[in-house]
Design a protein around this ligand. Structure first.
Ligand SMILES: [Zn+2]
Length: 667
């Protein structure tokens, strides 16, 4: 039995009002960090008014928070759905339209009985689009190796027609605009479907999210029962089954350039990331599910562990904790599927699919993790159940989601106008807040032109613009009385005309702060991943912030176009690249060099094999050996290769290696 108690308290080390959600469940008591979770409550009068407008369900929850220790002895989801109708996510017997060919009919096997290949996924999606007007399929770009990034959009026929999708994109982006009034927002929330995303297989060797999302896609196309109909009637579901086609084909976590695509979302250096983010701008989500696999036996879904980044929009965590997560729990409890929340997956570094969709798009970004050692049948089934439960919950509450979503963007803009940064908070017991966010107002970021870093500055502006950040350019010099340069002391400066100006009073306030901050103010001293990711600091671009109330003379900056590769200088040396086999660091380092040469610098090079080295490296002036597993490299070379390499260097060949073992040919 699942009992849920909600009560509120003022956190000892934070001025944020926190809800405490005691989850009494024998299975979860085995997971130390999942026993008790703290969830943020809305605290401002403005936010409370939004919540009240969002309906009785939210008001009930806020009432329980405001009451201090009022207990709610039932699932919040049950409150929302109870009495609406007899339909439920998993009740009843699914009925199928025989006109829509099944996976068995198209592929010769059922989804979940074996892993689909990338080509089979494309074939099946194309067949669905032929058989069903509920399905639109497209390509969001190509992988490094040129494989299409297939996606599908499934929903009501009228919604997923070409004009229907155009209208949807326009209207959902209007709802994201803080200039849209409350009344307009409510009208849009009533008429529009929620936009719910399923992503799978961003790590190429974590396959089952793809197979599960294809099953969801098929069922939404073919099923005629009330559960499928409710999802279709109230949402459109964007399915991106294989985010990493090259990795799936090669059985590797990373893409063909050795990049971890779940660490690239904020920088979008890879074509797979860039393509899906452009699609996401077109159909911005209220829910983004990213289905992974991992080593633990039990299934993971949020709430996530501490630390959570302070600019995560509160409403997204409210949806996760009160709508989506309970919906999955209910079905997993019913089917006695073991699961856990919290450790070790956090929502701190703004680089993942879940955290970027959350901070960048105000979506409930949720990572799912299933044990990679389970059968494909089991992996597919559990991901499918978690996805279906989430979609049904989101569709059932779509008007509240969309109303909240609009108001979250309005609130972000208003925070930006005041220069307010969100406070830090901890969401689980047993930890101590490491630091609070500085008592600092940030109303603007500025980036003066710098001829020595022009390319990097252009890259920064392009990244911002392509996340719908409004970037301005000063049309007259501007005196900023309290300019805080990155790494420098505060003081008055006069910035020249042409400097870039990023005002915080816009819909993307949380994203701007997440990308341009000097200090991420980590709430804990440790995190799952990197501790800092500021774009200007990574790009070594000069700039800074200000809290002053300013009205600069400025115009919207022209869109920065894709930067062409720099190009190799004439008479360049002939470069050979040898990748030491046998380790992740080898493939990451060599892949990064290949990416730099091919896509950023435009420098020609030749991949070098052991046989080339044994043959004396004909036609190579400089041999590059990126970082990696040295013993793996030596073993691959063998005595013959090592001697040949030493002889080549002694004869005048130039070798650059980033790591050299003593007493080896690298030294
Ligand atoms: Zn993963």
């Amino acid at each position: 039995m699942l009992l849920v108690d909600m009560l509120c308290l003022t956190h000892k080390v934070s001025d944020r009002l926190l809800c405490k959600w005691h989850i009494m469940n024998s299975r979860r008591l085995e997971e130390p960090m999942s026993q008790t979770a703290h969830f943020p409550c809305r605290t401002t009068a403005v936010q409370r008014s939004f919540a009240l407008l969002s309906g009785i369900f939210t008001a009930l929850l806020l009432g329980s928070c405001g009451g201090g220790d009022t207990a709610v002895k039932t699932s919040p989801l049950a409150l929302a759905v109870k009495g609406v109708d007899a339909c439920s996510a998993f009740g009843g017997t699914p009925t199928y339209n025989p006109q829509v060919r099944s996976p068995l009919a198209v592929l010769g096997f059922d989804l979940g009985s074996r892993e689909v290949t990338h080509a089979q996924a494309g074939e099946f999606m194309a067949a669905l689009a032929v058989d069903s007007r509920r399905v639109f399929v497209g390509t969001a770009g190509n992988s490094v190796a040129g494989k299409p990034l297939y996606y599908a959009i499934v929903g009501k026929e009228s919604q997923v027609s070409a004009p229907g999708l155009e209208d949807l994109s326009r209207a959902i982006r209007q709802l994201m605009d803080p200039e849209t009034t409350l009344a307009q927002g409510q009208a849009l929330a009533a008429s529009l479907p929620a936009v719910l995303w399923l992503g799978g297989n961003v790590h190429g060797n974590e396959e089952s999210g793809a197979d599960a999302s294809l099953r969801v896609l098929y069922e939404l196309a073919a099923r005629e029962d009330c559960a499928a109909q409710r999802i279709r009637d109230n949402s459109v579901v964007v399915v991106l089954p294989i985010q990493n086609p090259d990795g799936r084909a090669a059985g590797t976590r990373r893409n063909a350039f050795g990049f971890d695509l779940n660490r690239d979302w904020f920088a979008r250096t890879q074509p797979e990331t860039d393509g899906k983010l452009e699609l996401m701008r077109q159909y911005p989500p209220q829910l983004f599910i990213d289905a992974h696999e991992m080593g633990s036996k039990n299934f993971f879904f949020p709430p996530t562990a501490d630390p959570t980044y302070h600019e995560v929009p509160d409403v997204t965590q409210s949806w996760v904790n009160r709508l989506f997560s309970p919906a999955i729990s209910a079905e997993f409890d019913r089917q006695k599927i073991p699961y856990f929340h919290g450790a070790p997956y956090d929502l701190y570094a703004i680089e993942y699919g879940d955290s970027v969709s959350t901070v960048g798009f105000h979506a409930a970004g949720m990572t799912f993790e299933k044990h990679s050692g389970s059968t494909i049948t089991q992996r597919t089934r559990e991901h499918y159940l978690a996805m279906w439960a989430s979609l049904y919950a989101g569709a059932s509450d779509k008007q509240r989601l969309l109303t909240d979503w609009h108001q979250s963007h309005v609130a972000a803009r208003d925070q930006g106008s005041q220069g307010v940064l969100e406070p830090n908070g901890l969401y689980f017991d047993g930890k101590r807040l490491y630091q609070q966010v500085a008592n600092l107002q940030v109303r603007h970021y500025f980036f003066p032109a710098d001829p020595t870093r022009a390319r990097e500055l252009a890259q920064l502006v392009r990244r911002l613009q392509r996340m719908d950040v409004k970037v301005m350019q000063l049309s007259a010099p501007l005196t900023v009385p309290d300019f805080r340069p990155y790494g420098g002391a505060q003081g008055a400066v006069t910035l020249p005309a042409g400097s870039y100006w990023v005002p915080m009073n816009q819909a993307r306030k949380h994203w701007i702060q997440a990308m341009l901050h000097e200090q991420p103010y980590s709430p804990l001293s440790v995190s799952y991943d990197v501790s800092a990711w500021s774009n200007p600091l990574l790009l070594n671009v000069a700039g800074g912030s200000s809290s002053a109330a300013l009205s600069p003379e400025a115009q919207v900056a022209a869109p920065v176009l894709e930067l062409a590769p720099l190009g190799a200088p004439s008479g360049a040396l002939r470069i050979g690249l040898f990748e030491m086999p046998g380790s992740t660091s080898s493939s990451e380092s060599a892949g990064s060099v290949r990416h730099l040469f091919e896509r950023v610098w435009g420098v020609a090079y030749t991949p070098v094999t052991v046989a080339d080295i044994v043959s004396g490296l004909p036609g190579i002036d400089v041999l590059l050996v990126p970082d990696g597993y040295v013993n793996g490299g030596l073993q691959a070379l063998g005595n013959k290769g090592q001697k040949a390499l030493a002889a080549w260097v002694e004869a005048g060949g130039a070798m650059l290696a980033t790591w050299a073992a003593p007493n080896s040919p690298w030294a």
